[in-house]
Design a protein around this ligand. Structure first.
Ligand SMILES: Cc1ncc(COP(=O)(O)O)c(C=O)c1O
Length: 400
């Protein structure tokens, strides 16, 4: 059947594909060091599971308003009122089936054919596909490890055109773990003030994973941008280890929220009622100790995996300040095995098939030559998995 021309560039999510292959090998009894997961490896806290059970017992198992139950929308508005020190109301919030659907609703609602969305590469795998599925054009700005994967304001300025509708900012960043400095957020908000029709999408999905001595900051804070020019995308997937519950949300001005809600009402109606009640407990009953404990574990793992990777001479990487990923430079390795004409995708396949080490190739994030390693796995698996990787590299280098 002839497919929708807007889907001509659509590719399956590389992260999901590799993760699935790794899981299939595991189900066949193989020990796989799976560094592909985009999720914390902790169970969802018991208080949140109990709230879901309670919701079922109370019969909260029916359709909800398309934008979400009022209690959850209000709880999210309260969180942002508190954190951004300005008034937010429930009408500024809509709840979707994960942050992914929030972004889909947004781009589908507001992109006309050929409208442009600025992304910084390496970018989260789905941004580009979502923009293109909705008829828009992704304008990609390359960032480099030498600059901590932060673009310059001049680079951004040079990409803004009459067709630019959105600019997507994701800090802490998936896949690099970079946390954008305060000065960058200040300068970007100043630049955006000169372009009042341009909307900044602040994807704050990893807000809970910012390591000492840094702290979370965003374009929504410190009076940088108000809701005339800002759409905040967030959710409970990462912060509360709830990826399977599928709850994400947008905070934006009422016009944007109403349009996104209309789109959602004609596509999926509403996010799961039970998950919404669970998310309400996650956000309202939020316990700083619980979140701190999870962050501290990730910080220790980050230090561990960084130290292990630094011991491998052919690899290099930055010490990221956030999220739970290391974005490792494999370009020297690829240069050495160039006789094989391998891309980073073939290299990732080699490590998975021959050494049972699963990683996501950088080309999935618009930055070929790198690999993303998630450290959502135990210390023991991190140590043994990186040792396996080292072994695989040595044998590859001895062949080349
Ligand atoms: C940067 C970023 N934004 C948004 C999402 C979407 O998360 P979810 O749809 O699970 O809420 C993810 C998930 O990996 C992500 O990494």
């Amino acid at each position: 059947m002839k497919k929708n021309p807007q889907l001509k560039t659509l590719v399956p999510s590389a992260t999901l594909a590799l993760n699935q292959k790794a899981k299939m090998m595991q189900s066949q009894g193989m020990k796989v060091y799976n560094f592909t997961a985009g999720e914390p490896d902790f169970p969802t806290p018991k208080r949140i599971c109990d709230a879901a059970k309670d919701a079922m017992d109370k019969g909260y198992t029916k359709y909800t308003p398309a934008a979400g139950i009022s209690q959850l929308r209000q709880a999210i508005a309260n969180k942002y009122t508190r954190e951004c020190k300005r008034d937010h109301q429930a009408s500024h919030v809509m709840v979707s089936n994960g942050g992914k659907q929030v972004l889909f609703n947004l781009f589908f609602s507001f992109l006309a054919p050929e409208d442009e969305v600025i992304l910084f590469a390496p970018y989260w795998v789905s941004y580009k596909s979502l923009v293109e599925m909705c008829g828009g054009k992704a304008i990609v700005i390359d960032t480099q490890p030498e600059h901590y994967f932060v673009p310059s304001i001049d680079q951004i300025k040079s990409k803004i055109s009459d067709r630019t509708r959105f600019i997507v900012v994701n800090s802490p960043c998936n896949p690099t773990g970079s946390v954008y400095p305060k000065s960058f957020l200040d300068d970007l908000s100043m630049l955006l003030k000169d372009h009042p029709n341009l909307i900044c999408v602040s994807d704050d999905m990893y807000e809970n994973f910012v390591f000492d001595p840094c702290s979370f900051d965003s374009l929504a804070r410190n009076n940088r941008l108000n809701l005339d020019q800002l759409v905040i995308v967030n959710g409970v997937s990462k912060s509360f280890s709830m990826t399977g519950w599928r709850i994400g949300y947008a905070v934006a001005n009422k016009e944007i929220i109403d349009m996104m809600t209309q789109v959602q009402s004609q596509s999926t109606s509403n996010a799961s009622s039970i998950s919404q009640w669970a998310a309400l407990e996650a956000i309202e009953g939020s316990n700083p100790q619980e979140q701190l404990a999870m962050k501290n574990i990730f910080q220790k793992r980050r230090d561990l995996i960084y130290k292990k990777i630094k011991e491998i001479p052919s690899l290099s990487c930055l010490l990221p300040d956030g999220a739970f990923y290391l974005f490792v430079d494999f370009r020297k390795v690829l240069e050495r095995v160039q006789g094989n004409n391998w891309s980073d995708i073939e290299l990732a396949q080699y490590f998975l098939e021959e050494y049972q080490v699963a990683m996501v190739p950088g080309s999935a994030f618009g930055s070929p030559g790198f690999m993303r390693l998630s450290y959502g796995l135990s210390d023991e698996d991190i140590v043994n998995g990186v040792d396996r990787l080292h072994e695989g590299l040595k044998s590859l280098e001895s062949l080349s």
